[in-house]
Write a protein that binds this ligand. Structure first.
Ligand SMILES: C[S@@+](CC[C@H](N)C(=O)[O-])C[C@H]1O[C@@H](n2cnc3c(N)ncnc32)[C@H](O)[C@@H]1O
Length: 224
């Protein structure tokens, strides 16, 4: 991500952090559902990362859903993180925050069992492929990467309007995830009678070599 794009997003969220929680419920659909699904598909993660955690809405749900887990939220916007830190203060040491763009991954000796991107990847322009690859590097062998995000819209004016809001909505994320992860859950849904579509995806690292055929067979039983 260039310094210019990072500054544009920081300026956007400098304003939007104040109204974010009051407005986003009306169009960021599927966030609660993917969390419920995760409890089935990824039942007991110990270390969780949310990339582009914003005001911490999902971090707080993840803390409730997985009481034994620690959760890290990474975001480029200090304004969004300020709201998140205040909201999640009761969770103390279970929660930690990192302020920077997610590009090369978080790294460190202990990778994550669950990495969530909730309406953040569609704003990684450029850099969404690198972010998915980084997540696969930050993931344990048995871990899950989970994504809920905008998918596409047949309405050009709507796609353009979302572009003004830094969102790319061209059906580009889901095929890349399907190709690079072993899918465990996939769902595409319509919003507002088909004005746009959004998707949910949960996948794991693709095994290499002899294990891959067995894993592909096991993956056929995935939740849809
Ligand atoms: C639409 S908000 C989603 C917030 C939260 N995940 C949710 O579901 O409510 C997108 C967030 O992604 C962050 N973001 C965008 N690009 C990013 C990047 N390259 N690295 C880290 N955070 C990023 C933004 O600052 C913003 O807080």
């Amino acid at each position: 991500m260039s310094a210019q794009v990072e500054q544009q997003l920081q300026a956007y969220y400098h304003f939007h952090s104040a109204i974010y929680d009051a407005t986003r419920w009306s169009f960021l659909f599927g966030r609660s559902r993917i969390l419920r699904d995760l409890k089935v598909v990824c039942p007991a993660p110990r270390r969780i990362l949310e990339v582009g955690c914003g005001t911490g809405r999902n971090v707080s749900h993840l803390c409730e859903l997985y009481p034994a887990a620690t959760v890290t939220g990474i975001d480029l916007s200090e304004d969004m993180l300020r709201v998140a830190r205040k909201k999640l203060a009761p969770y103390g040491q279970r929660v930690s925050w990192v302020r920077r763009p997610y590009a090369a991954g978080v790294g460190g000796p202990k990778p994550f069992d669950l990495i969530l991107f909730s309406y953040s990847l569609s704003m990684f322009n450029p850099g969404w492929q690198e972010a998915i690859s980084a997540a696969l590097t930050d993931l344990t062998d048995e871990g899950c990467v989970a994504v809920v995000d905008f998918h596409s819209s047949r309405l050009a004016w709507f796609r353009n309007w979302m572009g003004v809001n830094h969102v790319r909505m061209e059906g580009h994320l889901l095929p890349f995830l399907q190709q690079n992860c072993l899918p465990r859950l996939e769902r595409v849904s319509a919003a507002y009678g088909g004005v746009w579509q959004y998707f949910q995806f949960v996948g794991g690292r693709r095994p290499t070599g002899a294990a891959s055929q067995a894993a592909a067979t096991a993956g056929r039983g995935k939740v849809n």
